[in-house]
Write a protein that binds this ligand. Structure first.
Ligand SMILES: C[S@@+](CC[C@H](N)C(=O)[O-])C[C@H]1O[C@@H](n2cnc3c(N)ncnc32)[C@H](O)[C@@H]1O
Length: 225
């Protein structure tokens, strides 16, 4: 069994080198993106089999995506998380559950995607409980934004899905508003445009926390047409 602290970056973080090593894709802030070439999804540092790619942005400790990777070995899963301590927790799950179909990216989500993810190469994108940043002056930190929508319509395959789950009502409203502006991604749920997550959707640290606090959860799904 490995522990999160056993995750050892191959080069000191201060060097800001982009690399994929031991199931972790390192994209440090302010690194030179021209120094790294995306190797292709089906390539040894990433995944060894050609299968549909599903990405979860804002993975936290990875409880949700590790469970998905265990249950769905026929899918290649990429977890994207910008906090190093949380990436370490995902890395330990990858090793302890022996998951060849899960990789974690230590990166800011939109930056990773715009820099490296090829067009129409992803089948499903999930964003589970991203931080809502409710204060106006913090709004720039929200991952759900028009640039994110445009980027997801670029990387998703036709018929690919964008799934967003939140307990935060204003964030849900923002998502619904953006979905009306971004016509490449079409609403799949009838009014009001959200529902309870399906039974088999899975659970995460924040899902369990918010449910224990009696909060209601909003599940949204859009499809690229
Ligand atoms: C509230 S937590 C939810 C974690 C997990 N999805 C869950 O449901 O337990 C949000 C996570 O998103 C990460 N995060 C926030 N913005 C991000 C971004 N732009 N790119 C990557 N990770 C991000 C945070 O570091 C944090 O771990």
């Amino acid at each position: 069994m490995v522990k999160p602290k056993d995750m050892a970056p191959p080069v000191p973080r201060a060097e800001r080198k982009i690399t994929i090593h031991d199931r972790v894709w390192y994209l440090p802030v302010r690194s030179d993106i021209s120094s790294f070439q995306f190797p292709g999804w089906c390539s040894e540092p990433l995944f060894s089999t050609e299968q549909p790619v599903h990405i979860e942005f804002c993975s936290g400790n990875g409880a949700w995506i590790a469970e998905k990777a265990i249950r769905h070995p026929e899918i290649n899963w990429l977890a994207v998380e910008k906090r190093f301590d949380r990436c370490r927790k995902i890395w330990s799950k990858i090793h302890n559950h022996k998951l060849p179909n899960l990789v974690v990216a230590f990166a800011e989500g939109l930056h990773l995607s715009t820099s490296f993810i090829p067009c129409t190469s992803v089948s499903t994108v999930y964003v589970n409980f991203p931080d809502p940043w409710p204060k106006k002056r913090h709004a720039k930190h929200r991952i759900i934004s028009l640039p994110f929508f445009l980027e997801m319509s670029r990387i998703l395959r036709d018929n690919g899905s964008l799934i967003f789950v939140t307990d935060d009502e204003p964030y849900s409203e923002l998502f619904l508003q953006l979905s009306q502006e971004q016509l490449a991604l079409k609403q799949q749920l009838s009014a009001p445009g959200f529902a309870e997550p399906p039974q088999e959707y899975g659970t995460s640290f924040f899902d369990a926390l918010f449910k224990s606090q009696g909060k209601s959860i909003r599940y949204h799904i859009l499809k690229k047409c």
